[in-house]
Design a binder for this molecule. Structure first.
Ligand code: SAH
Ligand code: SF4
Length: 360
C-alpha cells in the first residue's frame, strides 16, 4: 500500500484557521477569502491557477497545502440513474460516494434534486450483522477535508450542483465526531460549500452521547436512526451497539433531540426475513414513531454476498407498512428498482487493491 505523506488539503481548513495561518506568515487577512473563493467556488485544477494571488503566496501555499485530497479512481454509472464515485485516498485506501438523482422527499428535498451519499470512515467498527461496511472491521476515520471533498469533487466530476447530503455511506459518522463537525462547518458555511444545514442528514446506528451532543449543535441538521428493530430483543441480535445503548436510552436521546431541533427524525428500518419483520415489531415501532413524530423509512434488505439474510416477500413488506400507516405513521417502503438508495449506501464495503486491479 502506498503511504505517501500528503500536505493538508485546503478543503479541510476553516476560514478562521486559514486567516490565522496567513497572519502568522505575514499575509493580509483578506487573502483567506480569495483562497476560499478559489477552493469552493472557482475550483481550479491547481493552486498555481489562483491568478489573483501573488506568486510568492501561491508558492507558499504549495509548500504547505494540497488542493483536493481525493483522487477520482472510477465513476460507475449504474444501470439505473445512480452513480457510484470511487475515490482513492492519499494512503492508498478507497472510499465510495453515491450520487442519486432521485426524489429524496424523505429528507425534505424536491423531485428534481441531486442527493449525495457520503462516507465518514474507511470501514466501520460497529459490526451490524447485516451490513457490508462493517464486514472487514474499521480502518480509519476520514478527515474533514476528505468528507467535504466528496461533495466538492463529485460536483466537479458531475458538472452539477448537489442539493442534499446523506451521511449513509461507509462508516459511523457519530464515531468520527470531531471531523464530522468540522466537515459540517465546511459544507454549510457561506465561504465554503454554502449548503443549507436542513439539506444534511446524518445517519447513526444509535450512539447516544453523540446524539445528545449533536442535538445541541446550532445548525438545523437532520438526523436518521438506523433502528432495524423496535425492541432490545430484536435489536440485540443484529446490532451490537444496542448492548451499550439499549432502546430506552436511545429513545430518550431522540426525545431530547426533538426538544432541540425543528426537523422531524427519520427512523430507518431494514426488513430482514424472520429477524425483524414480525408484525408485532411494526406495532411497537408505530408507537415509538408516533411519540417521536418520526417518519419511518422501510427498506427491504439487500442481499450482501457472504451474509445469510434475505428480504421478506413484497406482500409481507406491505403488510408491515400498513400496520404503521394505519396507526397514523408516515411510512415509506422502497421497492421500485433504482430507488433503493439507502441500499446503495448500506452496501458499501472496504475496497482493496490487488495486483490484478480493484477487488470489492
Ligand atoms: N453507520 C451509520 C451510517 C451508515 S448508513 C448507520 O448505520 O446509520 C447505511 C445504511 O444502510 C444504514 O441504515 C444501514 O443500516 C443500511 N444498510 C446496511 N446494510 C444494508 C443492506 N444490506 N440492505 C439495506 N440497507 C442496509
Ligand atoms: Fe456500521 Fe452503520 Fe453498517 Fe452498522 S449499519 S456496520 S453502524 S455502517
Amino acid at each position: 500500500m502506498n503511504n505517501t505523506p500528503m500536505l493538508p488539503a485546503l478543503t479541510g481548513i476553516t476560514r478562521d484557521e486559514l486567516g490565522t495561518h496567513l497572519q502568522e506568515n505575514g499575509q493580509p487577512g483578506y487573502r483567506a477569502d480569495q483562497i476560499l473563493d478559489w477552493v469552493w467556488k472557482k475550483r481550479p485544477a491547481g493552486i498555481e491557477q489562483m491568478s489573483n494571488l501573488p506568486k510568492a503566496l501561491r508558492e507558499h501555499l504549495q509548500g504547505h497545502f494540497s488542493l483536493y485530497p481525493l483522487i477520482p479512481a472510477r465513476d460507475l454509472g449504474a444501470s439505473d440513474t445512480t452513480r457510484k464515485m470511487l475515490y482513492k485516498l492519499h494512503d492508498g485506501r478507497y472510499i465510495e460516494s453515491v450520487l442519486i438523482p432521485a426524489n429524496p422527499a424523505l429528507y425534505g428535498g424536491r423531485a428534481d434534486r441531486l442527493t449525495l451519499c457520503v462516507s465518514s470512515q474507511v470501514g466501520c467498527a460497529y459490526g451490524c450483522k447485516f451490513c457490508a461496511s462493517g464486514l472487514n472491521g474499521f480502518t480509519r476515520n476520514l478527515s474533514a477535508a476528505e468528507i467535504a471533498a466528496q461533495v466538492l469533487q463529485t460536483e466537479m466530476l458531475a458538472g452539477d450542483r448537489i442539493d442534499n447530503l446523506v451521511f449513509m455511506g461507509m462508516g459511523e459518522p457519530l464515531a468520527n465526531m470531531k471531523n464530522l463537525l468540522q466537515a459540517i462547518e465546511l459544507i454549510t458555511s457561506p465561504w465554503g460549500l454554502n449548503l443549507g444545514a436542513r439539506h444534511l442528514t446524518i445517519s447513526t446506528s444509535g450512539l447516544v452521547p453523540q446524539i445528545r451532543e449533536l442535538a445541541r449543535h446550532p445548525r438545523q441538521i437532520r438526523l436518521a436512526i438506523s433502528l432495524h428493530g423496535a425492541t432490545d430483543e430484536v435489536r440485540n441480535q443484529i446490532m451490537p451497539v444496542n448492548k451499550k445503548f439499549p432502546t430506552a436510552m436511545l429513545f430518550d436521546a431522540l426525545h431530547d433531540w426533538n426538544s432541540n431541533k425543528k426537523q422531524h427524525l427519520t427512523l430507518e428500518y431494514i426488513l430482514i426475513e424472520g429477524i425483524n419483520d414480525d408484525l408485532e415489531q411494526a406495532r411497537i415501532l408505530a408507537k415509538h414513531a408516533l411519540a417521536l413524530k418520526a417518519k419511518v423509512n422501510l427498506i427491504p434488505y439487500n442481499t450482501v454476498a457472504g451474509l445469510p439474510w434475505r428480504r421478506p416477500a413484497l406482500s409481507h413488506c406491505q403488510a408491515f407498512r400498513n400496520v404503521l400507516t394505519k396507526a397514523g405513521v408516515t411510512a415509506t417502503l422502497r421497492l421500485e428498482k433504482g430507488h433503493d438508495i439507502e441500499a446503495a449506501c448500506g452496501q458499501l464495503r472496504l475496497i482493496q487493491e490487488t495486483a490484478d486491479g480493484l477487488i470489492q
